[in-house]
Design a protein. Structure first.
Length: 664
């Protein structure tokens, strides 16, 4: 038997479990260290000097050492591990800066506390404790956001039912787990059920809704010998399907693999904070070393004095404000985003959103409502007017489960009694109304019945790729009803605003060329691709990226998930499938394409705030480091560790206030 349909999802679920474990670990370490930080602050001599509150008792130094050691080893472990990884990769960043600051503060404080080698000085335990707390909190929040991406594949796998109706040799059926289904088996798919695996129709006929998988808005008629896709929804007819592909070969599994590959290959661009941290690491270590050497060998100061100056320089460089610079902006922008109708799931998307040059839209359910509406009724013969024709059609279709039938039924509240109702899968419906034999049929079936279709008498009703059904009364073709997928009113303004910002607007759809051409012309789309197979959507995104364009993809279906994951910024319409939502960076809650504009504007404003905060977070070092090193010592100016702490705290406060000023 071939692999289970959930193989890929299972592997990715394990990755999701790993992220969940990491998030839980950061949370646990943060809570423990935050609780221990309270007594550490109370017992720290520098904090007591600063606040003027003195707390002392026998052995208070040992208690301070013990609590700080727990925070150092338990809370700091993730950062020491990260430091080692960054050094091995020769890519020092935030982990290196944090690790160095914590290690220096702990080592020197311990030496000073116990007067090792006669060295005495300031104790920086409070510094390392607060730094560990802030960094653990930031990593916990970040890891929670990462967890959502891995749920996409689990949602894909859930499209497939867990059991299938296996047809036995004697014609009876037996429900079996989907894992036990093999190629060559025959399955019964009842009306309204999901097709469990890829296969070929062996018996029966029906219409299949493949919109979640292919983007085709019109249900597809399936007859003997035609293929069906696992995960699609069967319509009004029961069919028997011979299994052709299972496990890793199935369509759903291939989509799962495309999403997984696109997510795994997403650019790991080093963040702004990491770049700033790299330079701060270099500055801190260089300034500390130069300070020690200068005071020892140039000024002739004793070892203890030189070491304290050096340590003060490196500790003052601790990235409290730097660690908060970006997370604070993200927190504020997340709240602003919610107020503007969208949710941000990936902070990297912000850095990309400000540079977006092209926006690719899926059509069905994104630019359009994804549901049929009657656009016109055309009288062709007989005594019935347009209103009567629509009432006849709606009365029949009110008893149908077909999406097109439901659209006709919704178009009027008037109903007439129907006798002898019959559904003809893929062809239409029939019944007796007011003593007349009434039929609502497809153009294909009408041609089969009459030998021709009165296309020349329909006029403009067929423009824009609309779907046409015909109303027959007592076997006479009396009228036609035209229906189309309705364009969202917000789509026009969204395209206009995006083009006004200098962005290219592109549409990709699995729908027919005439439908895509009509929607594109109506909205002023720059370029469109029609009849695009789902597996080709991600490929098209890559082709557009190859034009040296940074691309945002906006979609709502399963077929959009790989493209959403492949794009520089993936934006999902909120009422779409869970798969599309989980694969996206940003979710539009209100189903309004106009919110794409807000996404880009907020991304640009967020980036500006990040840069401003990084300047504030690192700028104080330009003053603090030279003063801490003692460049004005001869003038009687020497920055004490306590004064350095005040400067550092001031920088953190400025960063927090500046983040709150973010607006769009």
């Amino acid at each position: 038997m071939e692999g289970k349909h959930g193989d890929h999802a299972g592997g990715h679920a394990r990755a999701g479990s790993h992220h969940a474990h990491m998030a839980s670990d950061f949370r646990r370490r943060f809570i423990v260290c935050a609780i221990l930080t309270i007594p550490i602050l109370v017992l720290s001599p520098m904090i007591q000097e600063w606040t003027g509150i003195s707390v002392s008792f026998e052995g208070d130094g040992l208690v301070l050492f013990a609590l700080s050691s727990i925070v150092f080893f338990y809370g700091g472990y993730p950062f020491y591990s990260g430091l080692v990884r960054e050094i091995r990769k020769r890519q020092p960043g935030m982990m290196t800066l944090i690790g160095v600051a914590i290690i220096v503060a702990y080592t020197y404080s311990t030496i000073a506390l116990f007067s090792v080698l006669g060295i005495t000085g300031k104790i920086f335990y409070w510094e390392l404790a607060t730094l560990v707390d802030i960094m653990l909190l930031g990593h916990w929040v970040e890891m929670r956001s990462v967890m959502g991406a891995s749920r996409a594949l689990e949602e894909l796998a859930r499209l497939l039912p867990s059991h299938a109706h296996l047809v036995m040799e004697d014609g009876s059926t037996k429900d079996v787990p989907i894992e036990e289904v093999a190629a060559g088996d025959t399955l019964l798919v009842k009306p309204g059920e999901r097709v469990p695996v890829d296969g070929t129709v062996q018996r029966g006929e029906t219409s299949v809704d493949e919109s979640m998988l292919t983007g085709e808005s019109v249900p597809v008629y399936k007859n003997t010998g035609e293929s069906v896709i696992g995960g699609s929804v069967n319509g009004e007819g029961a069919i028997e399907v011979e299994v052709t592909r299972t496990g890793k070969e199935s369509y759903i599994s291939q989509v799962i693999e495309m999403v997984r590959s696109a997510q795994a290959s997403r650019s790991r661009t080093q963040g702004l904070a990491d770049r700033a941290a790299l330079w701060l690491t270099i500055i801190a270590l260089s300034a500390g070393a130069v300070t020690f050497l200068a005071w020892t060998f140039v000024s002739g100061q004793d070892f203890a004095f030189s070491l304290e100056r050096s340590v003060t320089v490196m500790v003052i460089t601790c990235p409290h404000a730097l660690g908060l610079a970006i997370p604070l902006v993200i927190a504020v922008s997340t709240g602003l985003a919610a107020g503007h109708g969208f949710i941000i799931r990936n902070r990297t998307a912000f850095e990309n959103a400000r540079r977006i040059q092209a926006v690719i839209f899926d059509k069905t359910g994104t630019l359009t409502k994804g549901e049929f509406e009657v656009s016109s009724v055309i009288r062709l013969a007989g005594t019935c007017d347009e209103e009567k024709l629509l009432v006849y059609a709606a009365s029949l279709e009110g008893l149908s489960e077909h999406p097109i039938g439901k659209a006709i039924a919704r178009s009027t509240d008037t109903r007439l009694p129907v006798d002898d109702f019959a559904s003809m899968p893929g062809k239409g419906v029939s019944g007796r109304i007011d003593g007349h034999e009434v039929m609502v049929v497809s153009a294909m079936y009408l041609e089969e019945l009459k030998g021709s279709v009165p296309v020349d008498r329909i006029g403009d009703a067929t423009t824009g790729g609309k779907t046409i059904v015909f109303v027959l009364i007592d076997e006479e073709v009396c009228g036609a009803v035209a229906m189309g997928d309705v364009i969202r009113p917000e789509s026009r303004e969204a395209i206009e605003r995006l083009k006004g910002m200098g962005l290219e607007c592109i549409m990709i759809t699995g729908d027919r060329k005439e439908v895509a051409s009509h929607v594109s012309a109506e909205l002023g789309i720059d370029e469109f691709f029609s009849e695009v197979l789902p597996e080709k959507k991600a490929e098209l995104v890559r082709e557009i990226q190859a034009r040296s364009l940074l691309v945002a993809m906006v979609g709502d279906g399963v077929n959009d998930a790989p493209a959403l994951a492949e794009a520089n910024v993936g934006i999902a319409i909120g009422a779409g499938t869970d798969v599309a939502i989980e694969a996206a960076d940003i979710i539009l809650v209100r189903n309004n394409p106009g919110d794409v504009v807000s996404v880009i504007e907020l991304g640009r404003a967020t980036y500006r705030k990040m840069v401003e905060n990084l300047i504030w977070a690192t700028g104080y070092n330009a003053v603090a480091i030279p003063l801490a090193a003692g460049v004005l010592y001869s003038a009687g100016i020497l920055l004490s560790p306590a004064a350095g702490a005040i400067l550092m705290s001031l920088s953190t406060v400025i960063v927090a206030i500046n983040a709150r000023l973010l607006k769009v």
